[in-house]
Ligand binder design. Structure first.
Ligand code: SAH
Length: 338
């Protein structure tokens, strides 16, 4: 019999599993608190349960907790990058960042990625598997435990395409929503643009911010650097983004990684202004982070590009790069980073 991954269960699911085994609802509530408030990683730490019940739990369930394999701390800005080992020996990276408003964590949603964006390290070694909801949560719990910092912002921008692991990601978001110390208002999900899933997410009205990796204002250029654009071209993506805004009232944040001589010219800026003008949105400019396979170089015109967008009426800012000295910046995360 396969044991159940208890950290991935919502409270209602845990209640149902416990009742199936002849236990009372309040026991499930106690266990849920041990897991998600006290964040224990073994049943023996659940000291208000009888030894007999703890043994029973151990028989039917297991707690999926990740193990720190490597920890790198940035000398520049206190950013911490963790390499976490999963129960099957696979690995993912997680980044903990310090901002004025608190601590933010960038979590991975898959082991590897299928999307093959040309500039991104996370996809270079291919795709292995989806992460379970508990494995996404455990990245947060273990990072909090290790750092002693309380995390109040979560970004799904690590390894993987979150909307390609839709059901597990939504369940993870529901688990976050059940916590008193976290809010979905402080969660951002970044997608390369899986259009049908954007509509599905809009229907759920979870209150999270949607970041869309745009990176190019025309289909020709976008398809050249992001193969996903062949499946879901820019016109369809824009329709989905507008629908997301209409359904949720949350403005879209477009990510645009500036690459030297690829997408940082005046023509690119003009095309982007034309594309987004009138949309209630924000453009996040990221000087592209170079990766070791990289043919792409960082643009030297980031400020100029921002100014052109602002002059054209777009709300655009440059994202601060954190953890550059430990390869913890956008697009630099890898599975199995040796
Ligand atoms: N798969 C999701 C989330 C992961 S990447 C997505 O595509 O959105 C998080 C962000 O970093 C995305 O906007 C991604 O396009 C961007 N990114 C990837 N590689 C990068 C690089 N080398 N430099 C800057 N940003 C990069």
């Amino acid at each position: 019999m396969q044991k159940i991954d208890i950290l991935s269960l919502t409270l209602d699911e845990l209640i149902a599993e416990m009742e199936k085994r002849g236990e009372k609802k309040f026991r499930a509530v106690q266990i849920y608190e041990w897991l998600h408030k006290h964040k224990v990683t073994d049943f023996d730490s659940m000291t208000n349960l009888s030894a007999q019940l703890r043994q029973k739990l151990d028989e039917f369930f297991w707690i999926n907790s990740l193990k720190i394999q490597k920890r790198l701390v940035s000398d520049l800005d206190n950013t911490v990058k963790y390499l976490y080992g999963l129960s099957d020996g696979e690995k993912v990276e997680t980044v903990l960042m310090e901002y004025k408003h608190g601590n933010s964590i960038c979590i991975s949603t898959q082991v590897g990625c299928k999307m093959q964006c040309k500039f991104c390290a996370s996809t270079k070694a291919g795709f292995v598997r989806n992460l379970l909801p508990g494995e996404m949560l455990s990245q947060i719990y273990e990072s909090e435990r290790d750092s002693g910092r309380h995390i109040n912002h979560i970004v799904l921008m690590g390894i993987g395409e979150p909307l390609d692991n839709f059901d597990n990601v939504v369940k993870f978001l529901r688990l976050i929503d059940s916590k008193e110390d976290m809010s979905l208002r402080h969660v951002s999900l970044s997608t390369c643009g899986l259009v049908p899933r954007i509509y599905e997410l809009a229907r759920l009205k979870l209150g999270i911010t949607l970041s869309v990796s745009l990176h190019a204002p025309t289909n020709e250029l976008r398809s050249a650097i992001m193969p996903v654009n062949d499946r879901y071209p820019i016109e369809e993506l824009m329709k989905a983004c507008k629908a997301y805004f209409e359904a949720t009232g949350r403005r879209i944040s477009y990510e645009f990684a500036l690459i030297d001589a690829v997408n940082d010219t005046k023509e690119n800026a003009d095309a982007l202004i034309k594309l987004l003008k009138g949309q209630n949105c924000h453009v996040n400019l990221i000087p592209v982070n170079e990766i070791k396979e990289g043919e792409f170089k960082r643009s030297a015109s980031v400020e100029r590009f921002k100014q052109m967008l602002n002059d054209g009426g777009l709300n655009a800012t440059v994202r601060r790069t954190l953890g550059a000295d430990i390869s913890a910046a956008c697009g630099q995360l890898r599975r199995d980073n040796k």
